[in-house]
Design a protein around this ligand. Structure first.
Ligand code: EPU
Length: 421
C-alpha cells in the first residue's frame, strides 16, 4: 500500500509552478472527439484522471499521442461503442463522453459516472439538457442508452448552475440544428476554457462565463490547438500552504482572478500576500483573524477549496465558520484534523473552527481528493510525522505533488507501507 509521509514544520521557500487545470482538461479531452480532424491540447496535467480519459479514448479507437504536457488526439479512427462501467466509474468526468458521443453519433451507451464520494451527485440536469435537445434516454439500473433522431437547439433552463450540466449541454448544442440558450448556466472558468476550445474548432458559442450561454449549432467542427488554463484549485491549495508554512513562497503561472475569493478571505484573516499579474507571494503570518466562509458557484468561494482552507482556519485566533452549500458530505476530513489537534464541530452543513490550535502528526486517511489535500496541508504544518493512507484520490488531482513540495523545502515522501498502518 502506498502512503504519503510528511514530516511537518518545515518552512516552504521558492517557487511552485501551477499545472493545467484538472477540471478543464477532463472536459477538453472528451470534447476533442467532436472535431473531424486532429486536435492538440497543451498544458494537460499528468494525473490519473487525465490517464483515465485517455484510456476511454483509446478504447473507442481514437489515436492519442502524449508528449509531456501535450496531448494530440486524432478522432478519425474512432468507433462508437458502449463504454464499460470499469472505465466510466473511474471519474465523474467520464460523463462528458455521453454528450460528445450523442452529439457525434446520436447514440450512446454508457454507465453512471464515478467521482469522489462527497454526497449524492445526480446527473438529472445533464439529462434534462439532452432531452431538451431532442434525445431519448432509457435508464436501466446504472446504464444509460441515449439516442436522438435529430438534435435540435432549445431553450434550456438549468435548475441549478451545474458545471457538468452546463458543459454537457454545450457539447451537444454545438452540433444541434439551430439555436440553444442555456439559462442559469454555471460561470466557472473551466466552462470558458471549453467554449473557447469549441469555438476554435468552428463552434458558435457566446456568453460562456455568464449565466446565459447562446449556441448556434454547426454541422462540422475541425481540429485545432488549445491550451488548458492553470488549475485554480491547485493554486489555492499551495497558496494556503504558503500561508501556513511559507516564507515568501511564490505560486507562479496562475490567473489570480480565478482565486480572488480565497485571496480576499486570506487578506481578511490578515495573511501577508502579494498579488502579481500571474503569481502570488505568500508568507506565514502571526495572529490571524477568524472569518466566515460560505461555498458558492464561481465567482463565490470554491467548494473544492473548502477542505484545504479548513487547516488555515485552525490557525485563526477565535471562532471561524464555514458553510458548505454544494455537497452534502464534504467534511470527512474533519475527524482527522480533530485527531491532529484541531477543535472543529460539525453542525449539518456548517462547521465551526475554534483556533488557534497546534496540530501534531497522526495516521490519517484521504477519504476523497480535497480531503486528502487538506490532510497534506495539515501534515505540512503539524509537528511530527503525518502518514496519509488511501492516497489514490489525491494523485487523481495534483500533478507531481511530492516533487513540487519537496522542491520548496517540504519533507514529504511517497512510501510503500504494510497494510496495517
Ligand atoms: N447537481 C444536481 N444535479 C445535476 C448536477 C449537479 O443535483 O444534474 C448538484 C450536485 O449534486 C452537487 C452540485 O449540484 O451538489 C454541484 O454539481 P456540479 O454539477 O456543479 O459539479 P460537477 O460538474 O459534478 C465540478 C467539478 C467538481 C466541483 C464542482 C463545483 C469536475 C470534473 N468536477 O463537478 O470538482 O466541486 O464542479 O465546482 O469538473 C474536485 O475537483 O474535487 C471536484 C469535486
Amino acid at each position: 500500500m502506498k502512503v504519503l509521509q510528511i514530516n511537518g514544520g518545515k518552512t516552504l521557500e521558492g517557487t511552485i509552478r501551477i499545472s493545467g487545470s484538472k477540471n478543464a482538461s477532463v472536459a477538453l479531452i472528451p470534447a476533442a472527439i467532436l472535431a473531424d480532424s486532429e486536435v492538440t491540447i497543451c498544458n494537460v496535467p499528468e494525473i490519473t484522471d487525465t490517464d483515465a480519459l485517455v484510456e476511454i479514448l483509446q478504447y473507442l479507437g481514437a489515436n492519442v499521442k502524449r508528449a509531456s504536457e501535450s496531448i494530440v488526439i486524432d478522432p478519425t479512427t474512432m468507433v462508437n461503442k458502449e463504454i464499460p462501467e470499469r472505465l466510466s466509474d473511474k471519474l465523474r468526468a467520464s460523463y462528458y463522453f455521453m454528450a460528445v458521443l450523442l452529439a457525434k453519433y446520436k447514440h450512446v451507451e454508457m454507465y453512471f459516472p464515478g467521482g469522489c464520494s462527497i454526497g449524492a451527485r445526480p446527473i438529472d440536469q445533464t439529462l434534462k439538457g439532452f432531452r431538451a435537445l431532442g434525445a431519448k434516454i432509457v435508464e436501466e439500473k446504472n446504464k444509460y442508452t441515449i439516442t436522438a433522431e435529430k438534435l435540435k437547439g432549445a431553450h434550456v433552463y438549468l435548475d441549478m448552475p451545474s458545471v457538468g450540466a452546463t458543459i454537457n449541454t454545450m457539447l451537444v448544442a454545438v452540433k444541434a440544428q439551430g439555436n440553444t440558450i442555456i439559462e442559469n448556466a454555471a460561470k466557472e472558468p473551466e466552462i470558458v476554457n471549453v467554449a473557447t476550445f469549441l469555438n476554435g474548432m468552428g463552434a458558435k458559442i457566446t456568453g460562456a462565463g455568464t449565466s446565459e450561454i447562446r449556441i448556434h449549432g454547426v454541422e462540422e467542427l475541425s481540429g485545432c490547438y488549445t491550451e488548458v488554463i492553470p488549475d485554480r484549485i491547485e493554486t489555492g491549495t499551495y497558496v494556503i500552504a504558503g500561508a501556513l508554512v511559507g516564507n515568501h513562497l511564490k505560486i507562479d503561472n496562475i490567473i489570480p482572478e480565478h482565486v480572488e475569493m480565497l485571496i480576499l478571505k486570506m487578506k481578511e484573516m490578515g495573511v501577508e500576500i502579494e498579488v502579481g499579474p500571474d503569481y502570488v507571494v505568500v508568507s506565514k503570518t502571526p495572529n490571524l483573524k477568524p472569518v466566515q466562509i460560505k461555498t458558492q458557484g464561481y465567482p463565490g468561494f470554491a467548494t473544492d477549496l473548502q477542505q484545504p482552507v479548513t487547516v488555515l482556519l485552525t490557525q485563526c485566533e477565535g471562532k471561524s465558520t464555514l458553510e458548505e452549500t454544494l455537497y452534502e458530505n464534504r467534511f470527512k476530513n474533519v475527524p482527522y484534523l480533530n485527531d491532529m489537534g484541531a477543535n472543529i464541530e460539525i453542525h449539518d452543513d456548517t462547521i465551526t473552527i475554534q483556533g488557534a490550535t497546534k496540530l501534531v502528526g497522526k495516521d490519517v486517511k484521504a477519504t476523497d481528493l480535497r480531503a486528502g489535500a487538506c490532510l497534506v496541508l495539515g501534515g505540512l504544518l503539524a509537528e511530527g510525522t503525518t502518514t496519509i493512507t488511501n492516497i489514490g484520490p489525491v494523485l487523481r488531482g495534483y500533478e507531481n505533488l511530492v516533487e513540487k513540495l519537496t522542491d520548496v523545502g517540504a519533507s514529504i515522501e511517497l512510501k510503500e507501507k504494510e497494510e496495517d498502518v
